[in-house]
Design a protein around this ligand. Structure first.
Ligand SMILES: Cc1cc2nc3c(=O)[nH]c(=O)nc-3n(C[C@H](O)[C@H](O)[C@H](O)COP(=O)(O)OP(=O)(O)OC[C@H]3O[C@@H](n4cnc5c(N)ncnc54)[C@H](O)[C@@H]3O)c2cc1C
Length: 265
């Protein structure tokens, strides 16, 4: 690990000021991704700005038709929140299946979303549940936020403060869990909003994406059979040591069908 200066921000304005005042800073949330990256010398920021002491960045609320999760809320808190379990059980279930207990108690929604790991679960929740990512500067629709492999719409000096999920009529997340890490080999979030459907896939491409053909089919008939024969092209998908792009394409259909099955009972 290279040397760095450590700062503990008192509030979001203080964190923003420290970001602006240092050469090559990085925000520190749960450290679950950032610290291994530093230890492996894959990044060498001049300064780490820790968000852990900012009370206003922690907690969950249900506001009208939205579940609001503040950026420094750990996955375990989302998973066990009675409010989330009641208003948006698919989100609680998704958070409860991230990694292992240590990761769930340290890792935060803000860190996960900012990182945009191609195999992370929260991006599927953000896009599938029509979320808005709120930063200290603006509001960004999840559809516009995730832009590629570890790439987001976040600009320099931008800090995620909360994620606002639209509560659907019903939703279900299904993933083929990597047996060691828990990351999604493929994960599919299906949600129904009145006559509209959203299908968001993580784990398969460079970043989360929607499957328009499945959404259109579900909007005509919300049944497992509607998606059971829709194939996603393997051309843009990832193939790696875990499985081929073709197998991932197959899993998308299987997990979308299973999600709809679970929703319609
Ligand atoms: C062994 C292991 C297993 C895992 N399994 C899974 C899994 O099954 N599913 C899954 O989805 N994830 C998994 N993760 C990832 C984990 O859940 C964390 O979400 C992820 O590591 C990042 O969250 P963090 O809070 O630790 O962020 P950090 O590591 O502290 O930060 C990550 C990045 O986000 C930036 N950042 C942090 N907070 C903000 C903010 N508020 N605004 C702007 N930028 C910010 C940081 O500067 C850094 O670049 C796993 C991680 C490990 C180590």
């Amino acid at each position: 690990m290279h040397n760095f200066n450590y700062h503990r921000a008192a509030d979001v304005a203080d964190a923003a000021a420290k970001l602006a005042a240092t050469d090559d800073p990085k925000l520190l949330a749960g450290g679950m991704t950032l610290l291994p990256t530093l230890k492996n010398r894959l990044a060498a920021p001049s300064d780490l700005i820790d968000l852990a002491a900012i009370a206003g960045l922690k907690g969950i609320s249900v506001e009208g038709k939205e579940v609001v999760v503040r950026a420094m809320t750990p996955h375990a808190v989302v998973a066990t929140s009675a409010d989330v379990q009641k208003a948006l059980p698919a989100l609680a279930q998704l958070a409860g299946n991230i990694g292992d207990p240590a990761v769930r108690h340290r890792g935060t929604i803000g860190g996960s979303v900012a990182n945009s790991d191609p195999a992370a679960d929260y991006p599927a929740a953000c896009v599938g549940l029509d979320a808005t990512i709120v930063t200290n500067q603006r509001k960004i629709a999840a559809d516009d936020f995730f832009q590629g492999l570890f790439e987001t719409a976040l600009g320099h000096g931008e800090i995620i403060t909360e994620v606002r999920f639209q509560i659907p009529d019903r939703a279900q997340y299904m993933k083929f869990r990597h047996p060691a890490s828990g990351y999604a080999v493929v994960g599919v979030m299906v949600a129904q909003y009145g006559s509209k459907a959203r299908v968001a896939v993580t784990g398969a491409g460079p970043c989360v994406f929607r499957v328009a053909e499945m959404e259109a089919a579900l909007e005509k008939s919300f049944t497992p059979a509607s998606v059971a024969n829709i194939k996603v092209s393997a051309e843009q998908l990832m193939g790696d040591i875990h499985c081929s792009a073709e197998y991932r394409a197959h899993l998308i259909t299987v997990y979308a069908r299973r999600a709809v099955e679970a929703m319609v009972g």
